[in-house]
Design a protein around this ligand. Structure first.
Ligand code: ADP
Ligand code: ASP
Ligand code: MG
Length: 439
């Protein structure tokens, strides 16, 4: 048995948390490859080391004196080192980091130091070899992750290594420039390592007992999902269930390696198993609900647009030319709607509007901002009739106006658009109807 274990920021926020992690690793000899995140929040009003690093780098780039900010970051690590009684000093590392910040090494370099330093601490604590992710995880010059070169380098490097610590979140280009994944990216590093060593299981340890049916900030103590497929996970993570990075399944999909989400504070809980496919039926009709606020709908109306060949392409081309990606395009006979991220769209709004007038001469064109999208996801929905109807009736009982509904062709998800201010109430209403009343 070979397991890769990734620990998130809250699992490594203090010496006490490190001890729990040590106990978990020592409890199972198969836990051979460890991927740590940077220290996270010790309490709800604390700051993650990653955020402290971004902030410190911004100050350095501004020409400010960063002594205090660097000291604050250093003390986060010193507290852990002292609490664990380790004979380790990071003085030299910090003088390099400070010099690099001052010479403008880039915000990705800055952010990556959180994981890099925590990897050094973790390796010293466990007595495992430390392998710098910059050596084994490759990005191309544009900052795009290079999966195949990485897999070759990582497999070769780990082949004869029995146990190692590989920090999460970053890698480097061929010339050694440090690049990072997007936020939450240590989950991806764990997957990359699991693929490279042909692991039997990838354990992702965090501060909740698995993938929950919905965000615990919206519904208190939601049910835990026992088993979820890669595809369901992707839909849910992409739409805001940030317990797992949406891109973390790609390296694993190639080998069908399962992921087990586990709670560092409650290691006895079974957590959630994420698998390629399963014949296990989900407990409820739906597997999960996730969502995000901050979308804008561009509604285009034109009589007989459905007979106009190339209409959709011309509309989408305007968005493409302005560098805007779209989320959904629900359409009717004479209407075509494009849903985009509001922040991305706002600054280019007028250019897009005039571009659309020129491209397709619409009868009317209007914008609706302040929308939230909710994804109701579940492999079980395919076998059930009337899921969309049940969602509608739950929302109308809660006096929520549905702005848009879009069912994915996979029948795996239904996307619902509501006003931002109705978002939480809508998620609760959908949770209640499918989970509490168990329909
Ligand atoms: P880590 O630091 O371990 O990577 P994250 O903060 O990235 O942890 O992810 C865990 C958090 O994700 C949980 O504490 C929870 O608040 C949040 N979360 C949002 N949606 C969900 C969900 N559907 N299931 C579980 N956790 C969720
Ligand atoms: N530390 C990084 C972040 O805060 C990566 C991670 O936690 O996965 O986004
Ligand atoms: Mg995370």
């Amino acid at each position: 048995m070979k397991k890769v274990v990734k620990f998130g920021g809250s699992s490594l926020a203090s010496a006490e948390q490190f001890r729990k992690v040590g106990d978990i690793i020592h409890a199972d000899a198969a836990r051979r490859y460890v991927v740590p995140s940077a220290p996270g929040k010790r309490s709800s009003n604390d700051t993650k080391v990653t955020d402290m690093l971004y902030d410190c780098y911004a100050a350095a780039a501004n020409g400010d004196d960063i002594t205090e900010k660097i000291d604050a970051i250093k003390s986060r690590y010193q507290e852990i080192i002292d609490g664990l009684g380790l004979q380790l000093t990071l003085d030299e590392e910090f003088s390099v980091i400070r010099a690099k910040f001052e010479e403008g090494a880039g915000s990705e370099y800055a952010a990556s130091r959180g994981e890099y330093l925590n990897g050094i601490v973790m390796a010293a604590f466990l007595g495992y070899e430390f392998i710098d992710a910059a050596e084994v995880i490759r990005f191309d010059e544009n900052g795009t992750f290079d999966a195949e070169t990485t897999n070759e380098q990582m497999s070769a490097r780990l082949e004869a290594v029995e146990r190692a610590v590989i920090p999460g979140f970053y890698g480097a280009t061929a010339d050694g420039t440090i690049r990072t994944f997007s936020r939450g990216g240590s989950d991806i590093t764990g997957s990359i390592v699991a693929r490279a060593v042909h692991a039997d299981l990838y354990e992702n340890w965090t501060d909740v007992s698995g993938f929950l049916v919905t965000d615990p900030h919206i519904v208190p103590n939601p049910e835990t999902i026992e088993t979820v497929t890669y595809r369901e996970l992707r839909e849910l993570s992409y739409m805001g269930a940030n317990v797992m990075h949406a891109d973390a399944i790609f390296p694993l999909r190639k080998e069908g390696i399962p992921i087990n989400i586990k709670n560092t504070n409650r290691p006895e809980d079974p957590g959630t198993l994420i698998v390629e496919s399963t014949c296990r039926q989900p407990k409820f009709t739906i597997t999960g609900i996730a969502g995000k606020k901050g979308f804008c709908a561009i509604n285009i109306e034109k009589a007989m647009m459905n007979t106009e060949i190339g209409f959709g392409r011309k509309v989408l081309q305007v968005f493409e030319e302005n560098g805007i990606s779209f989320e959904h395009v629900p359409s009717g006979i004479d209407t075509f709607t494009v849903i985009v991220h509001q922040t991305e769209f706002m600054e280019k709004e007028q250019r897009v509007i005039s571009g659309l007038h020129r491209a397709v001469q619409p009868d009317t064109l209007d914008l609706e901002s302040g929308l939230a999208l909710i994804a109701v996801v579940g492999r079980g929905m395919r076998a059930q009739r009337g899921t969309a109807g049940r969602i509608f009736s739950a929302l109308s009982h809660a006096h929520i106006n549905v702005k848009m509904i879009d069912q994915g062709s996979s029948e795996l998800n239904i996307i619902i658009g509501v006003r931002n201010e109705d978002f939480e109430a809508a998620v609760k209403a959908i949770y209640d109807i499918f989970v509490l009343t168990h329909l």
